[in-house]
Each structure stands twice: as structure tokens, then as C-alpha cells.
Design a protein around this ligand. Structure first.
Ligand SMILES: NC(=O)c1ccc[n+]([C@@H]2O[C@H](COP(=O)([O-])OP(=O)(O)OC[C@H]3O[C@@H](n4cnc5c(N)ncnc54)[C@H](OP(=O)(O)O)[C@@H]3O)[C@@H](O)[C@H]2O)c1
Length: 495
């Protein structure tokens, strides 16, 4: 369905707008989701002209889509003609007056019916100022059109700062108007979790504490901090990956089945799921969470984190986190969820492993203590996309022996190439007012509360860093976390 709207992008000269937003909007235009009735105002301090802005937008499309095989070469220019640049310092009230004038003119010119999307592609410290001025200077339309606010992570550094940030925008926008982007929720394999769980009798009936022994989530990166040291020194793995992406995956895996698959039912169940994660005491944090920072690799060819450009020589920032969470959601009550993320690990892989229980007596062996291999469902999220199901089957001719086999499904490169980029899907959803793949404030708030206990416990102690070798799968303590429970990580590329 075609959607008409005026986009006002704050941070129109920035990296996010260039690399993600302009290409995503172009893809929506190329596919006909945006037709001729849309306009974009880009704002930032740089004194760009409209003509220069058009060149930048076209260059962003070219950089993102060189290999797309596009045939209609006029399309990027036609698309870029919908873009208007307004030089603007977000602290200056007068500029909102000028912005309103331009917005009203474009609304009239393109017949946009008062539909506005405000995209804050800027540092969160500006969010409150912008939201306040948008309201005071009457940039929010009050007819039948919609006013929607899209914001990017980080949503705070902890619960108090996240609440302050949320309070600063909620004076101007209601929760249903706020679209918080967690780009993991825009990834198709993450969106597939609900379909796999609730669209298959096989998995739906087995998704319970009676049948699931434990859940494992790994977001492993093989690269180090690269050129993001400035940001990473203020964030670390907990804030960068765990509080947002991993907690979103946890809630999708542990939520109860919604009665209807629509945004409000789904989000209600996700909120319950994150609220039902056990809150730890400081002692429990010490038992259940592990942090790490990478050192050199075994051949000393890669730098330790502390020696990377832009990092502190004594940095206490964690580049690795592993932890055990416990859900108290009714159907999975007590099931442990082992989470792990880190930089400079053995292999890049994001995957979820569902390890099923193995209580049945092994009737195929004379030895009553010989256990059957456990059934494991693996969801491959990236770079591979697909599933693997491990189960036992008869092999060989000598007696009745069982061995595990792997049933694999992987998306081909061509199938993966056809999946829209996360930003394209998320902007399309925001245009349609579909909040399925956006984080609700209550989810964000509860995830911070859970992580703040961990963070505060860690901040009171000095870690013994570096504590893992680049190219390994993290500190030994991350393996011990499972070994002590009689378990092991399913994803172990060093095996
Ligand atoms: N880049 C990504 O891939 C990515 C991914 C996820 C989340 N994010 C988040 O998205 C936000 C933007 O990231 P980014 O990488 O695009 O940052 P960036 O490249 O530094 O862009 C910041 C933008 O803000 C503008 N700006 C700064 N101060 C301003 C002011 N006082 N008034 C008006 N405009 C001002 C800058 O333009 P002028 O200098 O011309 O004013 C620029 O357009 C950040 O919160 C970031 O954490 C980014």
C-alpha cells in the first residue's frame, strides 16, 4: 500500500542517514511503497543547498546499491528531487519556525494530509530539546494526519537515564507515536522466531519447561573494536549488545503465545516475558555473570583491546559478557537462558540453540546410564540464516545403534539478497503504523533494571583484564558457567 508522509530527518548530514536511511527510503520508492506523494526534509547545522543535498542522497544510493542491477538510471534523481535541506541548529527556536513553514509548504505541495514522521538520527542528548520544540513550535499536526517519532539506540545508559530520556520526549509524543528502533528486530531471522514457535505444532507443543532443558543465545563477533573505540569506551558489550538486542531475543524466545498475532498482543506478551526474568542480587550476579576483555591473540599478531587506537591503557570496559538468566514465565518457569556476546571471538556467528530435555530411558543400550544425545534446535541468524535440528537415528548394521544426524535448512545467497535491509522494513512498518518490530518503553525499562544490577556490581569491583585471548571463545569462566550446571555451549567452533 502506498503511504504519503513528510519525513523530517534530524541529523540529515550524518552517517546513519547516509548509510541506512536514504538507501532504505529509496528501496521503498523503487518498490512503489512510496510513490510521488512524499517529501523529506533533512536538517543539520551544515549549510548545504538543496542541490548539494540531492547529490549526497544520490551518492548514498549509489554507494549502497552498486550491485543491485538497477536499470532505471533516472530513478535516483527523481527520488532525490523529493528532498529538501534546512540548515538548522536544534537548540535554536527560530529554526523550528522556518522548519514549520517549509513543512507546511511541502504538506500542501505533495498533498501529505498532515502525516509526519520525525526521525531523530542524532545523539540522544538532543532528543528532549527536539521533541519539546516540535510541540512548542507547532510542527505536530493536529488534523487526521499522524505524527510519529522514530528514535535510535542508545536509549540511556541505565534505567535512570533511560527514564529521563523517555520523560523528555513523552511530553510531546505518546507511547503509541514513538517508534524505538532496535535494528535486530528488523532482521528477518529474528522476526521468524514467533513464526517458528507459534506456527508449528511440533515446536509449539514442545516449548515448555517439561521439554526444554536450556536456551542459549550467542552473538559472537570475530572483529575487534575497529574504529568505534570512542563510542565503545563509554558503552561496552553490556550496553552495546545485551540490554537491547539480546534482551529482545530473550523475550521473543520466552514469551507466552499471544491470542492474536498483532502488535498490541505481541508486545504485551514480550513485556510480560522481560518482566518475568529473575532479578538478581549482587551475590547472584557474581555467580551468574562473567565479563571479559580481549588480549592479544596467541601469535601476538592482533592488538589487545587496551592497545587499540582510542582506548584507555587501563580500560575496564568489557568486550565480552556471558550470563545465565532465569525466566519465570509460566510455561518456561525455571528454564535457564545462557547468553553470550563478545568481540574477537573464534568465529562470527549469531545463533540461538534450544536444547531439549533428555529424560527418557535409553532402551537401545544395555547400559542404563548411557544417555541418548539431546535434541537441539539451532536458529542461525547471521551470517548463516536458517535452522538445524539435531536428532537421533539408527545408523550402521551392527546392532541397534543410534547416532545424531543434522537436518539443515539454510537460505541461499540469492534468497538472502532478496530480504530487505532491516531499516527498509522498519521504516515501512513505521509508515504503516505497525509497532510489532519496535521496542516498547516497558521492555526497555525492565531490561535496564535487570542489567543495572549487573553493571552496578561490576562497577564496584576492578576486573582482572585482559582475561581472554583474541580468537578464543572468551574467558574460561564463561564455559564454567555451564559446566557447573552439567551443560556446555552448543556453539563451540573450537571443538
Ligand atoms: N551510524 C549508525 O550506523 C548508527 C546505528 C545505530 C544507531 N545510531 C545512532 O544514531 C544517531 C546518529 O548517529 P550517526 O552515526 O549518524 O552520527 P553522526 O554521523 O555523528 O551524525 C550526527 C548528526 O547530527 C547533526 N548534529 C550534531 N549536532 C547538531 C546540532 N546541534 N544541531 C543540528 N544538527 C546537529 C550532525 O550534522 P552537522 O554536523 O551538520 O550539524 C549530523 O548530521 C546516534 O545516536 C547513534 O548512536 C547510529
Amino acid at each position: 500500500m502506498n503511504q504519503k508522509a513528510l519525513f523530517i530527518i534530524f541529523g540529515g548530514t550524518g552517517d546513519l542517514a547516509y548509510r541506512k536511511l536514504y538507501p532504505a527510503l529509496f528501496n521503498l520508492y523503487e518498490k512503489g511503497y512510496l510513490k510521488e506523494d512524499f517529501a523529506v526534509i533533512g536538517t543539520a547545522r551544515r549549510p548545504w543547498s538543496n542541490d548539494h543535498y540531492h547529490e549526497v542522497v544520490m551518492s548514498a544510493i549509489e554507494d549502497a546499491g552498486r550491485d543491485s542491477g538497477r536499470t532505471n538510471d533516472d530513478l535516483p534523481r527523481k527520488f532525490a528531487n523529493h528532498f529538501y535541506y534546512q540548515s538548522h541548529n536544534v537548540d535554536d527556536v527560530d529554526h523550528y519556525v522556518a522548519l514549520r513553514k517549509l513543512a507546511d509548504e511541502l504538506d500542501e505541495k505533495y498533498q501529505l494530509e498532515g502525516n509526519r514522521i520525525f526521525y531523530l538520527a542524532m545523539a540522544p542528548r538532543f532528543f528532549g530539546t527536539i521533541a519539546g520544540h516540535l510541540k512548542d513550535q507547532q510542527l505536530l499536526t493536529d488534523g487526521d494526519g499522524f505524527n510519529r517519532l522514530i528514535i535510535e539506540k542508545p536509549f540511556g545508559r541505565d534505567y535512570p537515564s533511560a527514564k529521563e530520556l523517555n520523560d523528555s520526549i513523552s511530553g510531546s509524543f505518546k507511547e503509541e507515536q514513538i517508534f524505538r528502533i532496535d535494528h535486530y528486530l528488523g532482521k528477518e531471522p529474528i522476526q521468524s522466531i514467533a513464526g517458528l514457535r507459534f506456527g508449528n505444532a511440533l515446536f509449539n507443543s514442545l516449548w515448555s519447561k517439561e521439554h526444554i532443558d536450556n536456551i542459549q543465545i550467542t552473538l559472537a563477533e570475530s572483529l575487534g573494536v575497529e574504529e568505534r573505540a570512542g563510542y565503545y569506551e563509554t558503552a561496552g558489550a553490556m550496553r552495546d549488545m545485551v540490554q537491547n538486542h539480546i534482551m529482545q531475543i530473550v523475550s521473543l524466545l520466552t514469551m507466552e503465545r499471544p491470542d492474536v498475532f498483532d502488535p498490541s498482543h505481541l508486545r504485551e506478551k514480550k513485556i510480560e516475558a522481560v518482566e518475568n526474568i529473575q532479578m538478581y542480587s549482587k551475590e547472584e550476579v557474581d555467580q551468574n555473570f562473567v565479563r571479559g576483555q580481549y588480549g592479544e591473540d596467541e601469535f601476538k599478531t592482533q592488538l589487545a583491546y587496551r592497545d587499540e587506537e582510542g582506548t584507555d591503557d587501563n580500560s575496564q570496559i568489557e568486550t565480552f559478557v556471558a550470563g545465565k538468566l532465569i525466566t519465570h514465565n509460566p510455561s518456561l518457569d525455571g528454564v535457564p537462558i545462557y547468553i553470550r556476546t563478545g568481540k574477537r571471538l573464534t568465529k562470527k556467528s549469531t545463533q540461538v540453540n534450544i536444547v531439549f530435555k533428555n529424560n527418557d530411558k535409553n532402551i537401545f543400550s544395555d547400559n542404563p546410564d548411557e544417555k541418548l544425545e539431546t535434541n537441539v534446535l539451532t536458529m542461525h541468524i547471521e551470517p548463516d540464516q536458517g535452522f538445524t535440528l539435531e536428532f537421533n537415528t539408527k545408523t550402521g548394521n551392527q546392532g541397534y545403534k543410534l547416532s545424531p544426524v543434522h537436518l539443515r535448512y539454510r537460505k541461499t545467497a540469492a534468497e538472502k539478497a532478496r530480504i530487505p535491509d532491516a531499516y527498509e522494513g522498519l521504516i515501512r512498518d513505521a509508515l504503516a503504523g505497525d509497532k510489532t518490530n519496535f521496542a516498547h518503553w516497558h521492555e526497555v525499562a525492565q531490561a535496564w533494571k535487570i542489567m543495572d544490577v549487573v553493571r552496578n556490581t561490576w562497577d564496584a569491583e576492578t576486573p582482572d583484564f585482559p582475561n581472554y585471548v583474541s580468537g578464543s571463545m572468551g574467558p574460561q569462566a564463561a564455559d564454567d558457567l555451564l559446566t557447573r550446571d552439567g551443560r556446555e555451549w552448543v556453539f563451540n567452533p573450537r571443538k
